[in-house]
Design a protein. Structure first.
Lengths: 85, 591
């Protein structure tokens, strides 16, 4: 039983990490590098969107991702009863 | 008060603050010395990490670099921030759970091998010294420009200050000093940025001003910048010249390198809990992001300001260019340092600034009667000269000097501590004298820190010609050697000693050889670099700056392949991996 629980906890963690890393990749390498020209055809205020993601947006997304991960992970810890105190 | 007296006051006061903090928080045992007794709150640790991470290069050079590179400068912005996501999701919480003092210590235990530990220590020392040499040089330069003392004297003062708080306080002293240094440097960075943003766009927030209209014109700043730079034969500001694969690989090498840098990783050993390690990476990146999102805005505005000053009228018109005799004061001040240079090639008494390396623009320039670019501007002065260019009061200029010094000192101290811990804890305690008492280990750590400062000072005083190249190497090396084995150590139980050692060596040797071949590092006496450093000669079109990514992939492949060909790691190691994967034991385990 407890082996299953351990596996389930680890799988939940890996799933969360994978989701976060996919977003991480799309917002930096995707929007900012690989598809920067296509994205830059879209304009918001004085920014071309691809350029904005490369020099601003990706960084905001990174910050948000870490806080999101920390928050979700704490909930997963509690759910599996492995949180600290 | 004169600018110089004011600068002495501001910088002097900041030093008093740092030393005061060091005395208040000095280390009493090895736990304090290496990891601040695991008692640092996640927000304070985030600030300290940010100051630790943002070096003289981030503070002084980065905005200038982006100003001249435009879109291509994005590799530094994404590369030096995105690594924290990898750190927070893949490394920090598990290494904190492991709960020891150093990175080589983790590698030694996970791979049950002294050889692995020694390889890790070598990587670590090389990476850290590379960095620290540049920091000490930065301290020397800021001192000599703003306090008008000799670079050597500046360097000695800097060494003295770091000596006091790194040797006395260890990690604990460094952490709390870095919190103060962060406040000084971020204030010093954002205040001039806000003023300049208001001057150019009427919007006080640099990140928004970046996308606003230039006041009174109705055209967005970036569009205007694209127009002006292309009319002078430069590449468009918002698009790049590097190949896509190269931008991709450099960004990746910097990100992974960041996550593999020992002085960054070790910061997450100082917080009380696993939960704190996760969120602390978020705080660190938030504090870093304040500077890193301001920098590109500053870069674009600085480029705009510069060109507008030199080219106030229409491009190509007779009086479109600034007459040399009308040049502003800051131009003259920086000319004296040799960082702004003027050479009247066509003898018209005016300054022409354009891209004379662009063959498509040559005929246009000839038509205007221009005979070559006449202005040389060192990229490094953009941030330092910004307050002067914008005509800000003297206290802001003094503050920028203190900020530059804070950035350099905080990074240098963090690196020196990592080096001293590698020597006293990994080499002396871990390998040479396992039975050394804690008191003597602490003493050994202090002596090692003192020695490291002297070597760093020497390197900064007399930097080998290759320091600039070596910085790229440090990231490539961290990406290709340390990061993969730490990651595999946590996520793949099957990877064993043989795999890890083979992987580290493959990544290290490949990355080193590639950089040596194209840029030349240590074998210059034997005729390196042997290869012409241009895109058609590169492997897959990847420059030496980005090659760490290929090294990393090789490391992964070799480590996994070799592990499957040899015996799996012992049972106790598999248990250890299980143990670090969860913050607290499953209740069933203890039952």
């Amino acid at each position: 039983m407890h082996l299953d629980k351990r596996m389930a906890y680890w799988r939940a963690n890996l799933r969360l990490v994978a989701i976060c890393l996919i977003i991480w990749f799309i917002c930096s390498y995707g929007f900012g590098v690989l598809f920067v020209e296509q994205m830059s055809r879209i304009r918001i205020a004085g920014f071309q969107l691809g350029f904005w993601f490369a020099q601003q947006g990706s960084i905001y997304v990174f910050v948000a991702l870490i806080f999101f991960y920390a928050w979700r992970m704490n909930r997963i810890d509690k759910h599996y009863d492995v949180h600290e105190d | 008060m004169s600018l110089q007296a004011l600068t002495y006051w501001v910088v002097g006061l900041s030093f008093v603050l740092y030393i005061g903090i060091a005395i208040w928080s000095r280390a009493h045992n090895t736990g304090d010395f290496y990891i601040a007794g695991k008692g640092v709150s996640p927000i304070a640790n985030g600030m300290a990490t940010a100051a630790d991470w943002m070096s003289a290069a981030s503070f002084i050079s980065m905005a200038g670099l982006i100003a001249f590179l435009g879109y291509d400068g994005s590799v530094y912005l994404m590369g030096w921030t995105g690594g924290y996501v990898l750190l927070a999701l893949l490394l920090a919480p598990y290494l904190r759970k492991f709960g020891k003092f150093t990175v080589p210590e983790f590698i030694a235990e996970r791979y049950y091998s002294r050889t692995a530990r020694i390889v890790a220590v070598i990587c670590l020392i090389f990476i850290s010294f590379t960095y620290v040499a540049g920091q000490m040089r930065g301290v020397g330069i800021v001192f000599s420009r703003f306090l008008e003392v000799d670079v050597t004297v500046g360097l000695l003062i800097g060494m003295g200050i770091v000596f006091v708080y790194a040797v006395l306080g260890g990690m604990k002293g460094i952490t709390y000093t870095q919190v103060a240094q962060y406040c000084v440097l971020i204030f010093a960075y954002t205040v001039p940025a806000v003023f300049i943003a208001i001057q150019i766009t009427d919007n006080p927030i640099p990140q928004l001003a970046f996308g606003s209209e230039v006041s009174g014109t109705g055209t967005a700043l970036l569009d205007k910048l694209d127009d002006i730079v292309t009319s002078l034969g430069f590449n468009q500001y918002t698009s790049g010249t590097k190949s896509r694969i190269d931008v991709f690989c450099i960004t990746m090498a910097l990100m992974v390198g960041t996550a593999g840098l020992p002085h960054v990783i070790v910061r997450f050993f100082t917080v009380p809990k696993v939960r704190d390690a996760r969120v602390s990476a978020g705080w660190a990146l938030l504090f870093i992001a304040i500077l890193y999102t301001t920098a590109p805005a500053v870069g674009s505005m600085a480029r705009y300001n510069l060109i507008n000053t030199i080219q106030p009228g229409a491009v190509g018109s007779v009086d479109g260019n600034l007459a040399y005799d009308d040049r502003p004061d800051w131009f003259e001040t920086w000319q004296q340092t040799g960082l702004v240079r003027y050479d009247d090639k066509n003898g018209d008494g005016r300054i022409q600034y354009y891209n004379d390396a662009n063959p498509d623009f040559a005929s246009q320039a000839a038509e205007y009667g221009w005979q070559g670019n006449e202005l040389g501007v060192d990229r490094d002065i953009m941030v330092l000269a910004n307050p002067e260019i914008a005509g800000l009061p003297n206290w802001v200029i003094a503050l920028v000097a203190a900020g530059g010094i804070a950035a350099a000192l905080s990074t240098a101290a963090g690196l020196l501590l990592v080096i001293s811990a590698a020597v006293s804890h990994d080499l002396i305690k871990g390998i040479l004298m396992p039975h050394i008492s804690e008191k003597r280990e602490l003493l050994a750590g202090r002596i090692a820190a003192a020695f490291a400062i002297m070597i760093a000072g020497y390197l900064g005083f007399d930097p080998p010609g290759w320091v600039a190249q070596v910085v790229a190497f440090a990231f490539g090396l961290a990406a290709a050697s340390l990061f993969p084995v730490i990651l595999l150590g946590i996520f793949f139980k099957r990877v064993n000693k043989q795999g890890a050692i083979a992987g580290m060596l493959t990544g290290l040797v490949f990355t080193y050889a590639y950089i040596e071949y194209f840029k030349g590092l240590f074998l210059k006496w034997a005729g390196s670099p042997w290869g012409e450093n241009t895109a058609q000669h590169w492997l897959f079109g990847i420059s030496p700056e980005g090659i760490g990514v290929v090294g990393m992939c090789l490391n992964f492949i070799v480590a996994i392949a070799v592990s499957y060909m040899t015996a799996p790691p012992p049972e106790r190691i598999q248990h250890m991996v299980e143990h670090i994967r969860v913050p607290r034991h499953f209740a069933e385990d203890s039952a």
